[in-house]
Ligand binder design. Structure first.
Ligand code: PMV
Length: 323
């Protein structure tokens, strides 16, 4: 009897970034990281376990490419974790926000997938095992199973304990994350390729790795103390240092567009004028701005006045099975 279950998950935006793998096969990070799960963006995924044949429908279209292979491989691993072979599966997954544009669609995608797959299969893996499976699909996905403020530690050498752990729930602190959408198309260089190239060719990469643990320590303390200025400073610094390591690669990995620099400039200028916002960027040109609820309208006005498109996100809850 085929069994279908649906799960939803929000993406997360790293405040202290993950950029580099110490083990490519297990997808273990070279640095710890810390993120905020953000709503209302979300991925909705339905898994039918025991279908006639494997099929992946990605954002409304049948997909037989590398995305589909990674999705089915994750379900293979889920079954293997219980010592079983996977039956044919149908996976229907869709994002209500731009896919692969540096807005963490792979994070919400693999988080929703492991939850839906676990429920449809009846294999009943424990949450930490699901968080490890999500990590193997996309590192940042291990931070999207939990809501709110989430830390991903480097963990033991074998990585069994390297997964997202909640630092504080979504309602701990009512901040905003503004998304400045500079480009909605897929990124030019995938994050795995960009990371590997940075690791192999950037003389700044070791310095990036060396400073990360202290940043996460300080960011965790700032989250728990609800100290936005302190967290904001670490956030902007972490993103710029990550991008500095990419810019020093050979050839450079450059995700920035002119509007990226414009948005950064507006945020810095607004800060001097007393509006507390701090920028971060991922593997793409889009800028996200961490700010307090009170300063969000003023920052939005300043960004929109320069012709930039802005959406407002809030802390999001955990991934969950809905049907
Ligand atoms: O999870 P991946 O493989 O898509 O890598 C995510 C990398 C960044 O978004 C740039 C940083 C992060 O910690 O999310």
């Amino acid at each position: 009897m085929p069994m279908s279950r649906t799960a939803v998950a929000h993406p997360n935006i790293a405040l202290c970034k993950y950029w580099g793998k110490r083990d490519a096969e297990l997808n273990l990070p070279s640095t710890p990281s810390l993120s905020l799960t953000v709503a209302p963006f979300r991925t909705r995924t339905t898994v039918t376990w025991g279908a006639d044949a494997d099929q992946v429908v990605f954002n409304g279209a049948a997909n037989t490419g590398s995305e589909a292979r990674k999705i089915l491989l994750t379900l293979d691993r889920l079954a293997a974790a219980r010592g079983e072979a996977r039956p044919p599966c149908v996976v229907e997954t869709a994002n209500d926000f731009p896919t692969a544009a540096g807005l963490a669609s792979s994070a919400s995608g693999f988080a929703a997938l492991v939850l839906a797959g676990n429920a449809a299969s009846g294999l009943d893996l424990v949450p930490s095992a699901l968080a490890v499976l999500a990590r193997r699909g996309s590192g940042s996905a291990t931070r999207s199973l939990q809501g709110g403020w989430v830390e991903w530690a480097m963990g033991d050498p074998d990585g069994a304990d390297s997964h997202g752990v909640q630092v504080a729930p979504a309602d701990h602190w009512d901040v905003r994350m503004l998304v400045v959408l500079v480009r909605s198309g897929p990124k030019e260089i995938g994050s795995t390729e960009g990371m590997n190239h940075t690791m192999q060719t950037s003389p700044y990469y070791p310095a990036w790795v060396a400073q990360a643990p202290a940043d996460v320590e300080e960011a965790r303390a700032a989250v728990l103390a609800r100290d936005l200025e302190r967290l904001g400073r670490i956030t902007e610094r972490s993103a710029l240092r990550m991008h500095a390591s990419m810019l020093a690669a050979d050839p450079a990995v450059v995700y920035w567009k002119p509007e990226t620099v414009l948005a950064l400039e507006i945020v810095r200028t607004a800060r001097k004028a007393g509006l507390g916002g701090w920028a971060t960027m991922d593997a793409g040109p889009n800028v996200k701005v961490l700010c307090g609820a009170g300063d969000a309208p003023g920052l939005t006005d300043a960004l929109q006045a320069a012709g930039l498109s802005v959406q407002t996100l809030v802390p999001g809850g955990p991934a969950c099975v809905t049907e």
